[in-house]
Design a protein around this ligand. Structure first.
Ligand code: PMP
Length: 410
C-alpha cells in the first residue's frame, strides 16, 4: 500500500485480518465492475439473484457435509447475531423454549452490536454498555501457555473442555442453547490454538447435552489458518458456521451464516426465520464473494497459508530467542501472534501503562510495516501483536515482515 505522500507499507495484518487475497486484485475488480453494470441490488424478499445462488452453492461445496443452507449478511457482527437468532428460533420451533443461553469464552471477541457483545468476553468493550445488554455465561479460553499446561497433551484439552460441561451443569442443561467458539482465537486471545483434544471434547459435550455448536469463523474462515475453515483442522463438525472478513476480503462488506437442513427446516415449517437485513445477499456483494473464492481456489491460497504460516511461525520463534521481551509465540497458518511478557517464567505481563502493544505498532508503522495489536488477558494486560499477512504472501514478503519486526523490536 502507498499513502498520499508515496510512502510504501507492507500490510502485515491484512487490514484487520480481512484482505486475504491482497489489495487491488484485478480479477475481483473485473467481476465487481461486471456485476455493477448488470445489477447492483435486488431486495432479498423480492428476488434471489444469480450471484447469491452461485455464491451459496459454492460455499456449501466448501463446508463439511450437511451444512447446506446459507443466509447472507454484511459483516461479522451481523453474522453472529444471525447465528444466535437462528439457534434460538430452532429451539422455539422444536418446542425447546427453555433454551436461550449462549455460552462463550473469556477472553473472546464476537462483534460490536449488542447481541454480539453479550457473547463477547472482553471487558473494555462490554463494560461501558452494562446494564443495557444481556451478559451471557463465559468459560475460560484454553490458555495452556499461561496455565503452565502442555498443549500437546490431550488431558489439557479435556481439562478446559470439561469447564464447559461444569458451566452447562451450573446453568441448568435445559437452559443452554448453544456454545459459541472461535476455532483459533483471533483478536482477543492473539492466535490462540486450542490444546489437543479440546475441540473434539467440546463437540462431544454439545452432543451429550443437545447444545448447538456455533463456530465463529469470521477471522479463521476462507483459508486464514491453512484450511478453508479453521474448524476443518479438528474432528468437531459445527452446527452453525459464521463467516465474514475474508469472504468479502476487503472489497465489499459481506458475511454468511451456514447451517444444515435439520436446523433450518423446523423454522421454515413454523412461519420462517424472523430476521433479515436490507442489504443481505445483494448481488454486488455476492458476485464479489464468488470472485474472491475463485481466487482462493485458483491460487491455492489455503495451501499457501499453511506453508507460509509454518515459515512465519518458525521465524517468530527465532525472534523470541533473540528478544527476552517476547514471552510466547503461537498460531496456525497465517494467523500468528507473539505476546510480550515482563518475565517468561512467571508469565507476568508488562504493566498496562507502558501501552507496549500500541507502541510496537507505531514503531513498525514508522518502518513501513502494518501489524495489529490488542491485549489478551481480559483486555487490560497481555500485550500481543498479530502478524497475519494476506494469504498471497511469499517468502520475500515474510523476509520483509521479519526484517520490520526485528528492527522494531530492537
Ligand atoms: N467475530 C470475530 C471472531 C471477529 O474477529 C470479528 C471482527 N474482528 C467479528 C466477529 C465482528 O465482525 P465485524 O467487525 O465485521 O462486525
Amino acid at each position: 500500500m502507498w499513502d498520499q505522500d508515496g510512502r510504501r507499507y507492507l500490510d502485515g495484518s491484512s487490514g484487520a485480518m480481512v484482505c486475504n487475497i491482497g489489495h487491488s486484485n484485478k480479477n475481483v475488480l473485473t467481476a465487481m465492475r461486471r456485476q455493477m453494470e448488470k445489477s447492483t441490488f435486488g431486495y432479498r424478499l423480492h428476488f434471489e439473484t444469480e450471484a447469491s445462488e452461485q455464491l451459496a452453492s459454492k460455499l456449501v461445496g466448501l463446508m463439511p457435509d450437511g451444512l447446506n443452507r446459507v443466509f447472507f449478511v454484511s459483516g461479522g457482527s451481523e453474522a453472529v447475531e444471525t447465528a444466535i437468532k437462528l439457534a434460538r428460533q430452532h429451539a422455539v420451533s422444536t418446542g425447546q423454549n427453555s433454551r436461550w443461553k449462549v455460552i462463550s469464552r473469556r477472553p473472546s471477541y464476537h462483534g460490536c452490536s449488542l447481541g454480539a457483545l453479550a457473547v463477547t468476553g472482553y471487558d473494555p468493550l462490554t463494560a461501558p454498555f452494562m446494564p443495557m445488554m444481556q451478559d451471557m455465561p463465559k468459560v475460560p479460553a484454553p490458555r495452556a501457555y499461561l496455565d503452565g499446561l502442555n498443549p500437546d497433551d490431550p488431558a489439557t484439552g479435556a481439562h478446559y473442555a470439561n469447564m464447559l460441561e461444569a458451566q452447562i451443569q451450573a446453568e441448568g442443561p435445559n437452559s443452554v442453547l448453544a456454545f459459541l467458539v472461535e476455532p483459533v482465537g483471533g483478536a482477543s486471545t492473539g492466535a490462540l490454538v486450542p490444546p489437543n483434544g479440546y475441540m473434539e471434547r467440546i463437540r462431544e459435550i454439545c452432543d451429550h447435552y443437545g447444545i448447538l455448536l456455533i463456530m465463529d469463523e469470521v477471522m479463521t474462515g476462507v483459508g486464514r489458518t491453512g484450511a478453508f475453515l479453521g474448524s476443518d483442522h479438528w474432528d468437531a463438525r459445527p452446527d452453525i458456521v459464521v463467516m465474514s472478513k475474508g469472504l468479502g476480503a476487503g472489497y465489499i462488506p459481506l458475511g454468511a451464516v451456514i447451517a444444515g437442513d435439520a436446523l433450518v427446516a423446523p423454522i421454515l415449517e413454523t412461519g420462517g426465520f424472523a430476521h433479515g437485513f436490507t442489504y443481505a445477499g445483494n448481488p454486488l456483494a455476492c458476485a464479489t464473494g464468488l470472485a474472491v473464492l475463485h481466487e482462493i481456489e485458483m491460487q491455492g491460497l489455503c495451501a499457501n497459508a499453511a506453508a507460509m504460516g509454518d515459515t512465519l511461525l518458525a521465524r517468530l520463534k527465532s525472534l523470541m530467542q533473540k528478544y527476552e521481551l517476547i514471552g510466547d509465540v503461537r498460531g496456525k497458518g497465517l494467523l500468528t501472534a507473539f505476546e510480550f511478557m515482563a518475565d517468561r517464567d512467571t508469565k507476568a505481563p508488562l504493566p498496562p501503562h507502558l501501552n507496549a502493544h500500541q507502541r510496537f505498532v507505531d514503531l513498525a508503522y514508522a518502518r513501513g510495516l502494518i501489524v495489529y495489536s490488542r491485549r489478551t488477558r481480559g483486555g487490560t494486560e497481555g500485550d500481543h501483536i498479530l502478524v497475519c499477512p494476506p494469504l498471497i504472501a511469499n517468502t520475500q514478503h515474510i523476509d520483509e515482515i521479519m526484517h520490520g519486526l526485528d528492527a522494531s523490536m530492537a
